[in-house]
Ligand binder design. Structure first.
Ligand code: GLU
Length: 419
């Protein structure tokens, strides 16, 4: 880009930048368009002072980054985690742009987060933190502006506080946030939507390319909202959940666990630790077990150049955002291990978020059957498009997914007259 006029110099290739550039090279995208699509529309960093229960005042850092809004209001989750920082939120915001474009929902991409450790905070501390955060970002969010949702360590209760705090400042408007409790304008099926989407896409892959999910051995890393629902639904489809892991325990059972029991146990104990019927293994071993489908469903960057050559899964389904580093991706490609990319595999969550938003602005509630049917239609159509494109371009599924998404966003920018 022209440095003489002080234009932004896009540098520092992290995983999402690299993935974008790989597809942009394939498309022969101009430098202008790359600069536009790699830089965010708006970044907000805020200070969040919170009184802890013991009276101490602490200050947290909060972020909301709006990456691209060419196709509609910004959309994306809020993450509460000690590792949240500007660069992570920016990468995740860009993933949302490609995700919404790929599945064709009329929204852009954003992400937010607070650098904090909610595991060591009380419910009332988390409520105060959330309300204070909303009071700092309320001017840049809104039902036609930017719509947050749950992500790592955030949940329907937190979304309810966001709706309430935003309502105090702008009047009642449930469409400002999705992933709310069903009794407060949330959509039926939203809670399990990401996990359901992971299962649907896995089954669709199995049907077209094999191995079929019936009797397939599945390993799931991360057993929160996404991993646990994916496990239950995949089991209903006939798969065998042979190993699961969370932050405290990793367990293996070659005969397959009872996924419903596992999910109920994890919900009740907030961990898999102590679950009977399984052998405890270490976290590294979990990722390296022989299986048909490996589903990383926790944090980013868990499949790296250090373990990619030891993975013995046939297919990796990215339920988490950005679980595979660029170096690992290249090793996996070399080894013939297919990766179903995050922007496709975990798009079920934002898709049902869109349904929730549509229900809120129409003030009309859908039944669960409608939610699940429309979710399946959208995801399977996107899946087929990605697979067809990858076959035509002889590319990985990730490159194909990015190609399709970049084309959608570029077209919107062109039609708006930005380009
Ligand atoms: N946090 C989820 C994601 O990464 C859902 C976002 C949303 O529903 O807006 O896709």
């Amino acid at each position: 880009m022209p440095a003489d006029v002080g234009a932004i110099q896009v540098k520092d290739l992290n995983t999402t930048h690299f993935q974008f550039q790989q597809a942009a090279d394939h498309l022969g995208l101009s430098e202008e368009l790359r600069a536009l699509l790699l830089t965010p529309y708006r970044e907000l960093t805020v200070q969040i002072p919170v009184k802890l229960d013991d009276g101490r005042l602490v200050v947290f850092n909060g972020y909301r980054i709006q990456h691209n809004g060419a196709r509609g209001p910004y959309k994306g989750g809020l993450r509460y985690h000690p590792e949240v920082d500007h660069d992570e939120v920016l990468s995740l915001a860009s993933l949302m742009t490609w995700k919404t474009a790929l599945v064709g929902i009329p929204m852009g991409g954003a992400k937010g987060g607070v650098s904090c450790n909610p595991r060591n905070m009380s419910v009332s501390e988390i409520q105060r933190l959330t309300r204070a955060f909303v009071s700092k970002i309320h001017l840049v969010i809104g039902p036609y502006r930017d719509i947050p949702a749950p992500d790592v360590n955030t949940n329907p209760q937190i979304m309810a506080w966001i709706m309430d705090e935003y309502g105090k400042l702008h009047g009642f408007n449930p469409g400002v946030v999705t992933g709310k409790p069903v009794s407060l304008g949330g959509s039926l099926g939203r809670n399990e939507a990401t996990g359901r989407g992971v299962a649907l896409v896995t089954a669709a892959y199995g049907k077209r390319k094999g191995p079929k999910v019936q009797d397939a051995r599945v390993v799931i890393q991360g057993f929160g909202n996404v991993g646990s629902h994916a496990a239950v639904i995949l089991e209903e489809m006939g798969a065998k959940i042979v190993a699961v892991g969370d932050i405290e325990a990793n367990i293996f059972n070659p005969n397959g666990f009872d996924a419903k029991k596992l999910a109920a146990y994890a919900l009740q104990n907030r961990s898999l630790k102590g679950f009977p019927d399984g052998e405890e293994i270490d976290p590294a071993t979990l990722l390296e077990l022989e299986c048909e489908y490996l589903i990383p469903a926790a944090l980013g960057g868990v499949i790296t150049k250090f373990n990619a050559d030891k993975i013995r899964a046939k297919v990796i389904v990215e339920a988490a955002n950005s679980p595979t580093t660029t170096n690992a991706d290249l090793v996996l490609e070399d080894r013939g291990i297919t990766v179903i990319p995050d922007i496709l595999a975990n798009a079920g969550g934002v898709t049902v978020s869109y349904f929730e938003w549509a229900q809120n602005i129409q003030q009309y509630k859908w039944d669960l059957n409608r939610v699940n049917t429309e979710l399946e239609n959208i995801l399977i159509a996107a899946f087929d498009k990605v697979l067809d494109c990858a076959e035509k371009e002889k590319s990985t599924l990730r490159v194909a997914a990015y190609l399709l998404a970049i084309q959608e966003v570029s077209e919107a920018l062109t039609l708006r007259g930005v380009l």
